[in-house]
Structures are given as C-alpha cells and as structure tokens.
Design a protein around this ligand. Structure first.
Ligand code: SF4
Length: 163
C-alpha cells in the first residue's frame, strides 16, 4: 500500500508528482484510521511517499506506529531530506524506530537511476533501519505508469531502465 503525503517544497526538477506540492488541506483523516480504511489481506507493508512526509511528523509517527503495532506491516519511507539532518530531531529519531527502510535525498534529474532499483536518482540512499529488508528487495519489476494530463503532457512514473 502506498500512501502519498500532501505538501512539499523541495522543488526537485523533474518531480514526478507535482500535484502533491501545494500545502492544501484535502480530506482529513486521523492517521491511525487510514490503513484500516484501505487494508486488504495480503498487503505486506506500507510505502510512504509524497509530497514530503517529514513536514507532517506527528501524523507520520502515528501512521507508522499503527502500521507496525496494529497491522503488523512493514514500513518504507521516502524523503527529500537527508538522514543526517532528520536525525538531529528527537521526533524523527522516534519515527525511525518504526521505519524499516528510509530512502533519503532529493530527486536529481541529472542522476536519474538507470536500473530498476526503487529510487528516483543515484544520489538517494537506502538506510536499512531494521533487518527486515536488504538492497535486493528494492530491485523492482520493470513496470511503468503513463499519466496523460488534460493539457496533453505525458508523465512517466514507475521503474524502467533508462535508455
Ligand atoms: S521531494 Fe519528492 S515530492 Fe518533493 S519535489 Fe522532490 S521528488 Fe517531488
């Protein structure tokens, strides 16, 4: 299950998800209830992406705690911040206790990931904060999604080898 947070101002050139940038309120739910509303058997874990999850740290903590303690799900979090910067905050260190894998760093278009490793660009790092996963778990099937905007622009997301 992938959960996208709303709001980001990292301004990475070529970001695949600009709809998540505005800091606007959409429909609000208690963090603890989100997984229960959409849970299906067979789900292995949640992946948190964005937007920038660490702009809503208290909600992020509640969400991850719920995933692990209530639903026994694994947790992967993508952030544009660096692990070192986030580690300066005690709240973030608490969030890391409920995070199996943190993938950090802004998306850099000039360093676009050339393989099907699950990261946008090669500067982004995998931090395995528990022993649940290893790097081989992040080599994905080569699947892409094409989004055709109302103005005709086509955006590609997913994982494919860069030609
Ligand atoms: S951190 Fe993620 S959502 Fe934010 S601009 Fe960069 S790629 Fe886009």
């Amino acid at each position: 299950m992938v959960i996208f947070f709303q709001g980001c101002n990292h301004k990475c050139q070529g970001c695949f998800n600009p709809d998540t940038h505005p800091f606007i309120k959409k429909t609000e739910y208690p963090a603890e209830s989100i997984i229960g509303m959409h849970y299906r058997s067979g789900i292995e874990g949640i992946t948190v992406s964005g937007g920038e999850p660490f702009y809503q740290r208290r909600g992020l903590l509640q969400l991850l705690r719920s995933a692990r303690d209530v639903f026994d799900l694994s947790t992967v979090v993508y952030t544009g911040f660096s692990y070192e910067k986030l580690s300066e905050s005690s709240l973030c260190r608490n969030i890391f206790r409920y995070t199996d894998v943190l993938v950090d760093g802004r998306f850099e278009h000039s360093k676009k990931e050339p393989t099907t490793l699950a990261r946008g660009s090669t500067n982004q790092r995998f931090h395995f904060l528990s022993c649940k996963y290893s790097a081989s778990d992040f080599i994905m099937d080569g699947k892409i999604e094409l989004i055709v905007g109302t103005d005709g622009t086509v955006t590609q997301t997913g994982f494919s080898k860069v030609a």
